[in-house]
Design a protein around this ligand. Structure first.
Ligand code: AVJ
Length: 320
């Protein structure tokens, strides 16, 4: 009998191989989020300098009724949240809807089953009246399936300025996919972090506690543990830039010395020159014109927005 060798190359392994053999080097921020990365992001959301979470929390708290009015419909609605996370902000809305006996179902979507399980448990004890169905998968696959999910109104929600990790062309594709899953009466409710004093933005991504540094470096930790590599994370420095013209904040890991890294599972040796970079993340900042342009390119129109007193952050309502 012939012996077959099947090589399973994971998406992660492929992307690491591609990014670390490119010039200049890069890695995708989506790989930061393993169990430890999820925890570090929770810690980031509690940092005083990371203003995004508080701003959005305050917006949801102040405008709950107005937002709920946009969602509501005579025969109820389905609230679909892409990238649900711990639901801390969403619970403001869920509590309000439950208290007002609104007919709705909550469908949190996340790539992580672990996050979904924890969210479902906490909802059962905190807001038991809410009808929850968790959906594990990528946004894209779940959106495809949701197209004909129910004959009633859909409110699709994306909080946290998660869209900011996408370049404009990718953001348009993302919005277009959402638009294609929507019908005329459906609503999209989405958070976009705004352009502001550049120093405020730099401080949010360059905190003095080192949490953001550890979050960024978790990429290297994952490569070490999952692909059997020997990165010494102390030989890399977290570096943040913000370009106020484009509104793009960029994260890097900078090699502080000449060094060779072995990634055993890829049979790859990666050389770093002193001060060579790995680009790891973008966190795009927006203004109304850019948001309106992105939405328009995706076939959506902006109906309304809600903001905080400093206008640091905005949650927009879009329709087809
Ligand atoms: C989860 C993508 C919204 O870019 O602000 C936080 C991730 N990176 N600190 C962001 C992040 C560094 C965050 N998003």
């Amino acid at each position: 009998m012939e012996k077959q060798t099947i090589t399973h190359t994971s998406e992660f392994a492929k992307d690491v191989q591609e990014g670390l053999t490119a010039f200049p080097k890069y890695l995708s921020s989506k790989y930061i989020y393993d169990k430890k990365g999820d925890k570090l992001f929770q810690d980031i959301m509690n940092l005083p300098d990371y203003y995004l979470t508080n701003c959005e929390f305050n917006i949801l708290q102040k405008h709950t009724q107005a937002i709920a009015n946009y969602f509501s419909s005579n025969n109820g609605f389905d609230l679909i949240e892409l990238g649900a996370g711990d639901g801390k902000k969403t619970k403001i809305l869920l509590k309000h809807l439950a208290n007002h006996q609104v007919d709705f179902k909550y469908l949190p979507v996340d790539i992580s089953q672990n996050i979904l399980d924890r969210l479902e448990d906490s909802l059962k004890s905190e807001i038991p009246a809410v009808d929850v169905e968790t959906l594990q998968g990528t946004y894209f696959s779940v959106l495809q399936n949701l197209k004909n999910y129910n004959k009633r109104k859909k409110a699709i929600m994306v909080l946290g300025s998660n869209i900011g990790n996408l370049k404009h062309d990718q953001a348009i594709d993302f919005l277009k996919n959402i638009q294609l899953a929507m019908s005329e009466e459906d609503m999209l409710f989405m958070g976009f972090d705004q352009k502001k004093n550049p120093q405020t933005i730099l401080d949010a991504y360059n905190d003095t506690t080192g949490v953001t540094e550890a979050f960024n470096k978790n990429l290297l930790v994952r490569i070490n543990t999952e692909l059997n590599a020997d990165f010494n994370i102390d030989n890399f420095k977290h570096w943040e830039t913000y370009d106020p013209e484009t509104g793009t904040a960029k994260s890097f890991l900078v090699s502080t010395k000449n060094q060779d890294i072995e990634i055993n599972d890829l049979k790859l040796k990666v050389q770093f020159k002193q001060w060579e970079t790995i680009h790891t993340e973008i966190s795009q900042k927006y203004d109304d014109d850019v948001v309106e342009w992105l939405a328009g390119e995706a076939g959506l129109k902006m109906v309304e927005f809600f903001t905080d007193e400093n206008k640091y952050y905005k949650n927009y309502i879009f329709q087809k």
